[in-house]
Write a protein that binds this ligand. Structure first.
Ligand SMILES: [Fe+2]
Ligand SMILES: [Fe+2]
Length: 169
């Protein structure tokens, strides 16, 4: 009996699954936010924004520097990943807007809609990566090539995560 080999991109798929399980918090917070005492609501939002800044954005930056270039090379299509990078810019813009909307002086009434909007964009973006981009790399890369790519991504993500100012506890 032969055992199915994991796909070359399995490490990145696993990273996506781990991020997605945390990203469920966007919709959970959106649904509960306005029922919570304001201090509790703000603390939960701060934790969520810190996760987005320190985990999701470094992941996105590493993709732009390493993964998307590899997909463009595999497709012989320079610039083809510009639409995916545009998703990242929109995600980053919305995280900044979310941060601005959770300051001590602001009412939180608009925040649930922002969280639902961000969640929808992020979920669609992950789906495009898992279902469209990663299969291209599964065809094009050996396991060794893919492993090297993910090591480069981890190094990039580690660096950009260290550059981010640390979030308040
Ligand atoms: Fe991405
Ligand atoms: Fe991703």
């Amino acid at each position: 009996m032969t055992v199915a080999q994991p796909l070359p991109t399995e490490p990145l798929r696993a990273e996506h699954r781990a991020l997605l399980s945390q990203l469920g918090e966007l919709e959970r917070v959106a649904g509960e936010l306005l029922t919570l005492p304001p201090d509790v609501a703000r603390a939960r939002l701060r934790r969520l924004i810190a996760f987005l800044r320190h985990h999701l954005l470094p992941h996105a930056l590493a993709e732009e520097k390493v993964l998307y270039r590899a997909v463009e090379a595999a497709m012989s299509a320079p610039g083809a990943m510009a639409t995916m990078s545009a998703d990242h810019s929109e995600i980053q813009r919305r995280i900044e807007a979310l941060d601005a909307a959770t300051g001590p002086a602001s009412a939180l009434s608009s925040v649930p809609a922002m969280l639902y909007g961000l969640s929808a964009i992020v979920l669609l973006h992950f789906r495009k990566e898992d279902e469209v981009l990663l299969p291209i790399l599964d065809q094009a890369l050996s396991h060794e090539d893919a492993m090297q790519l993910f090591q480069q991504m981890a190094a990039e993500a580690g660096e950009s995560s260290e550059e981010q100012p640390s979030a308040p506890a």
